[in-house]
Every structure is written in C-alpha cells, then in structure tokens.
Design a protein around this ligand. Structure first.
Ligand code: GTP
Length: 324
C-alpha cells in the first residue's frame, strides 16, 4: 500500500514558530514530528506521498536531505485545498486502498493490524479512533455493532457528541473516495465528505495505548513526553559534559557541557546551552542559544532564539530569532 500524508496546513496554533518552520518539521524527541508519523507505517509500504502546501519548499528540501526507508514524493498545492482537496491533488498513482495520515499526531498505533482489519471487511474505509474525555476539538464517531461508524460529527458541543471516540487522523480508504471530492476548491474531507461515505461501510479501528494531536504548544510538549516515555526519543540521558536526569535528545552539533537538564528535552542542530543554564520539558530548535545561568521550562523556542544570561523562559512559544 501507498500512503498520502497531509502536510499542507498553516499550523496557526503554533505561531510564531510556524511562521518560519512548518509544524511537521518541529523536532520533538529528537526528530521532526513528520518522521514520528512516518515511523507508524508498515515496513512494506510502497511509497509515501506528501500533500504539501504551506512551506512546501522547506518540507521538500528536508525530506530529500533526510531520506527514510520508503520512497517519498511531495505534491504541492498552489493554494490551500483543505484535507480533502489536498488528498485529491496528491492522488495520482495512489494504491487501492491507501493510507491517509495527518502529519501532526503521535500514537502507539499498529497500522499493520489496522490494514488487516480493513482488508478483512468489505467497507470502503477504516478510521483509527481514540477514546478521549473532551471530544470538543475533534471529529467524533457513533459506533454500531462490529464498530461500523453510523455518524461522524466534527467538533460537536459535549451534549451533541455521539461517543467519546474521536478521529485519530490515521485512516485507510478505497481509491473510490477520491472521486467524491470536488475539484477546484478547498474541501474538508472530514466535514464535507466522510458523512456521505458512511452508507458504503466505514469502520472504526479502536486505538489503545497513547495518542495525541500536536497542534498546540501544550499538546506538542505532551506529545514529546509520550514519545520519550515510549523510548522513541533515542538513547536518553544528557549530552556529553552536562548534568541532570534527561532524557535529552541532542541533534547533530548541539553542545551543552556544564548545563543541567530536567526531563524531556530536544536540542536542535547546532544549539548551544551554556554552563550553568537549565532546560526541561522543552523543544529548542536549530541554532538556539541559552546563555549561562538562564533557564528554559515548558517552552518551544524557534530557530536561532537567544536567551540572555540569567533570564527565565517559562511556558512560552518564541519565533525565529527572538531574543529575551
Ligand atoms: P492549525 O492552523 O493550527 O489548525 O493547524 P493545521 O493547519 O495543521 O490544521 P489541522 O491541524 O486541522 O490539520 C490537520 C492535518 O491536515 C494536518 O496534518 C495538516 O497539515 C493537514 N492540512 C490542513 N489543511 C491542509 C491543506 O489545505 N492542504 C493539505 N495538503 N493539508 C492540510
């Protein structure tokens, strides 16, 4: 099977970091969010097609420079086409059925098992679902016998939610669903298309373990904690010459001798943490500099942010080049 991965969103909730870098290239637990999503694909996946739009050039350059085990092709949109339009735009040569993945979720999902469940049924779609207490920001499925989805409601008020099982952003669809997406305009696949597909047989695949959507700063940092706790953030520990608990995932060129670390930190390429500085529960992107005796807690620092000596950055999301 092939996979279309939707990578074209603006990531507005992660601004100002996403003014410079698409959400999918923000590194968490040692590598870009996108690469954690790709890790979920079955080993025998034939090809990955990235439906790009916002910052398409940066995504294209990154995947060329950092290849994965599968061939990866990017198909950019001239203007945002939404999740449905993006899928349609990227669908030339896609397999039947195919994976359709959001690029901003982390999960312990077994997509090989989901494929087996899909192929064992006669429906046209299988959507991974995850049970949450607060369904409001998500699409919610009503389930009948055999986990057939009988209704699908986007972002309902709590009183209107048909269940606590939400769309986890990982699905398998028959090629024929692409024909249902009108061309020439932006289309939300979940709101405009999925409800009309249910009569043709769409099933839920209930995820256990962990899942989260990295769309906001708080959730992105929670996703990083989940990945580290699942040992998907490298060897753990702290960088050479540093102190503290970790885990810290230090990308190439990061230096932190004499600094101290709490739990859950990613240090981007060529970042520098000076002696006496302290970092925990944070993402520091490429070229960030944290001067001596400064501290960074629960924050996302965009490329080349500088934290001056003795300053404390707590619970902030700072855009490229900011100085505090
Ligand atoms: P926000 O602006 O913060 O809501 O983030 P977002 O733009 O990523 O939107 P959202 O989280 O709802 O997107 C869900 C998934 O669909 C993500 O993987 C997005 O990259 C992707 N996506 C959203 N809009 C488009 C689009 O117009 N084209 C393509 N190709 N993908 C999209």
């Amino acid at each position: 099977m092939k996979a279309i991965v939707l990578v074209g969103g603006f990531g507005t909730r992660l601004r100002p970091v996403t003014y410079a870098v698409p959400k999918q290239l923000i590194p968490i637990a040692g590598k870009p969010l996108l690469y954690h999503v790709l890790d979920l694909l079955p080993p025998e996946t034939e090809e990955v097609v990235l439906a790009t739009g916002y910052k398409a050039d940066l995504l294209d350059a990154y995947v060329r420079a950092h290849p994965v085990r599968w061939p990866v092709r990017t198909v950019p949109e001239a203007e945002p086409l939404g999740t449905g339009g993006g899928m349609r735009n990227a669908s030339a040569g896609i397999s039947d059925p195919f994976f359709l993945l959001n690029s901003d979720v982390v999960a312990s999902a077994d997509l090989t098992a989901m494929r087996a469940a899909h192929l064992a049924r006669t429906g046209i779609g299988t959507m991974a679902l995850y049970e949450v207490a607060d369904t409001k920001p998500f699409g919610v499925a009503a389930l009948a016998a055999g986990d057939r989805i009988t209704a699908f409601v986007e972002k309902p008020d709590a009183k209107d939610a048909p269940s606590h099982w939400i769309n986890a952003g990982l699905a398998i669809w028959s090629r024929s669903v692409i024909d249902e997406v009108p061309g020439g305009r932006a289309v939300s696949f979940e709101s405009e298309i999925v409800p009309g597909l249910l009569a043709r047989g769409v099933y839920g695949f209930r995820l256990t373990g962990y899942w989260d959507d990295a769309g906001t700063p708080e959730r992105l940092l929670r996703c990083q904690r989940l990945l580290f706790d699942d040992h998907r953030g490298g060897a753990g520990g702290v960088p050479k010459g540093a102190f503290g608990s970790g885990p810290v995932a230090a990308m190439t060129g990061a230096r932190a001798a004499g600094a101290s670390f709490g739990r859950y930190v990613t240090l981007g390429f060529d970042s520098v943490i000076e002696p006496g500085a302290h970092v925990e529960d944070s993402v520091l992107m490429d070229g960030v500099r944290v001067d001596r005796d400064a501290s960074v807690l629960g924050s996302i620092l965009g490329p080349r942010v500088r934290v001056r000596p003795g300053r404390e950055v707590r619970g902030q999301t700072l855009g490229e080049g900011a100085e505090v």
